[in-house]
Design a protein around this ligand. Structure first.
Ligand SMILES: CC(C)(COP(=O)(O)OP(=O)(O)OC[C@H]1O[C@@H](n2cnc3c(N)ncnc32)[C@H](O)[C@@H]1OP(=O)(O)O)[C@@H](O)C(=O)NCCC(=O)NCCS
Length: 246
């Protein structure tokens, strides 16, 4: 079953490679192969009503406004899981996403199944980020003006393993290239104890996924973000480590 999933994922990625539309910024994933195999495999596809085409599109600035409520809900749902365990708040999420609407140079990549948002990925030039984000870079001799900061990626579980996460990186990197002037692209991830009580037994870190995309972990570049975990009464600091691509 695992091997078949990899084959299906490869098909999706290949189709994406065949149909890059960097300027149109509107990508279709033809999933006909996947669906045919899904039917052959009976219950392999957990999502029975998945359509043939997943659309992926970049948005910037005010055109994002109408998607904010759905996007906020998706983020809250996905980030409840380990390692984030985020006890999300709709109002906070809307405020957070407003940063992207207010910045014309930001990008949010949205993935749709029909009209439903099933995934999203954010990025913004680091110069528009908070001091908290910029500080470790300044302390280690980087110029924040030369860094493009990828925020988060979230994808409905039913649609994972199809290459959509890879396309999120491709789209954000393409946006950074279009803007120009960046020496590095970065993102950060939360550090959790190996024996964290909420760590699922089958949890696989995304390190290999990121390494394969040529990102390198920089343990010296850390920041502290604050949020409330599901089992916490109050917000608490979380250590974040940055990954960089030259
Ligand atoms: C990160 C995320 C968007 C990846 O989406 P995805 O569409 O499933 O990823 P892809 O199908 O493009 O997979 C790309 C590769 O990563 C691997 N991969 C994907 N999800 C994985 C996971 N949870 N654990 C381990 N490997 C994973 C795939 O096997 C694939 O490997 P390959 O490059 O060798 O082919 C998705 O897992 C997600 O929403 N996770 C929860 C939120 C999160 O942790 N976001 C990242 C930090 S903000």
């Amino acid at each position: 079953m695992q091997i078949l999933q990899e084959q299906i994922s490869a098909l999706a990625v290949v189709e994406y490679e065949k149909n890059p539309t960097p300027n149109a910024q509107f990508i279709s994933f033809p999933f006909r192969n996947k669906q045919r195999q899904g039917e052959q495999l009976g219950n392999f596809l957990s999502c029975k009503n998945m359509t043939n085409t997943i659309r992926i599109k970049r948005y910037s600035g005010s055109e994002l406004q109408k998607y904010i409520p759905d996007l906020a809900c998706l983020r809250i749902e996905i980030f409840r899981d380990f390692p984030y365990l985020y006890d999300g708040d709709l109002e906070y999420e809307k405020k957070y996403l407003q940063t992207y609407i207010d910045c014309d140079e930001s990008v949010i990549v949205l993935a749709f199944d029909e009209s439903k948002i099933i995934g999203a990925s954010t990025a913004i030039p680091m110069r528009y980020e908070t001091d908290e984000v910029k500080k470790p870079f300044i302390n280690h001799g980087y110029n924040p003006n030369e860094i493009f900061y990828c925020g988060e990626s979230v994808l409905d579980k039913k649609y994972r393993g199809l290459g959509i996460g890879v396309s999120f990186f491709k789209e954000r990197e393409a946006h950074a290239k279009q803007l120009g002037g960046f020496k590095h692209i970065c993102f950060c991830c939360v550090e959790r104890a190996k024996d964290h009580p909420r760590r699922p037994a089958d949890y696989v870190p995304l390190d290999n996924f990121w390494t394969k995309r040529n990102y390198v972990k920089h343990p010296e570049l850390t920041a502290t973000y604050t949020w409330k975990d599901l089992d916490e009464e109050y917000e608490s600091p979380k250590k974040m480590t940055f990954w960089l691509k030259a």
